[in-house]
Design a protein around this ligand. Structure first.
Ligand code: SF4
Length: 267
């Protein structure tokens, strides 16, 4: 839970909140939480959010398991690790931080108070770039309407493309993650100007695993090229894409919002 991450589009992950109630069928985070779940010392207070019938847990100190800090003491139940809030401030070297890679910070069950404290911790460490990602992007809009979410130049708001809602409400510093891609993707026309697109293939050894066709990725990449949108293909696509493999970061490139889309100038 810290500096290192296997997520190739960020260089660190930070998980002040863990656990998620979306219940996606193939969830890597839930598998990890199951594997490292359990605690044998420490303390907690818990309260219930009756709407979801689930316990939300807040911790002021880490709990332990067999003498080591327990990263997921309550398995995949939504847990606020308040003692982790100061981690970005302790990292002096600037990083691209994936915030809550082991949760959905913007799930409807997450109290506003938790999100506000995470935002405050981000503001206290402005040397980093913060990458948020949710399956529930409508929460971005709700927070914005409530005056709780004020855009910052170093905050990026992502959503998974499979969801309905308001994924692009955050404008130029928004991104979409199409992962895993399971079929040809026809929804790009609904996302004319996001600031970044991430694509990945299904990983793991699941029976029936979907192996994408190159043309599915080519179609998205072509669309992005027309609109000047940077594309980041995850390592899982490197072999499939060959010479067409691209890993672009929006902060290294002119924003599509500042460029004339090729589509407008093309004959
Ligand atoms: S939204 Fe993400 S963390 Fe939550 S269940 Fe689905 S895959 Fe897992």
């Amino acid at each position: 839970m810290g500096d290192k991450t296997k997520i190739d589009w960020a260089d660190a992950s930070w998980n002040p909140v863990t656990g998620c109630l979306h219940g996606c069928e193939y969830c890597y985070a839930r598998q990890m939480a199951h594997r490292y779940a359990g605690q044998d010392t420490g303390y907690a207070y818990c309260y219930r959010l009756p709407r979801y019938g689930s316990e939300l847990i807040a911790l002021d100190k880490p709990m332990h398991l067999r003498g080591k800090k327990a990263p997921y003491p309550f398995d995949f139940a939504p847990t606020f690790h308040r003692y982790r809030l100061d981690i970005p401030a302790r990292w002096q070297r600037p990083r691209n931080i994936f915030v809550c890679s082991m949760a959905d910070l913007f799930g409807e069950w997450v109290p506003d108070e938790w999100i506000a404290k995470v935002f405050k911790a981000c503001e206290a460490a402005p040397q980093h770039r913060y990458l948020f990602l949710t399956k529930n992007p409508i929460r971005y809009s709700k927070l914005k309407d409530a005056g709780m979410l004020v855009p910052h130049d170093n905050w990026w708001f992502g959503s998974t493309m499979a969801t309905e809602g308001a994924p692009y409400a955050m404008g130029r510093r928004s991104f979409v993650s199409i992962e895993p891609i399971l079929a040809p993707f026809d929804n790009m026309e609904e996302a004319p100007l996001v600031g970044w697109v991430i694509i990945g293939a299904e990983t793991g050894a699941r029976k029936g695993k979907v192996v994408p066709e190159k043309r599915w990725i080519d179609d998205i990449a072509l669309y992005c090229k027309e609109w000047g949108i940077p594309v980041f293909m995850k390592e899982s696509l490197r072999k499939l894409m060959g010479d067409d493999f691209r890993q672009e970061y929006p902060w290294d490139m002119a924003s599509p919002w500042d460029r004339k889309p090729m589509r407008e100038v093309a004959p």
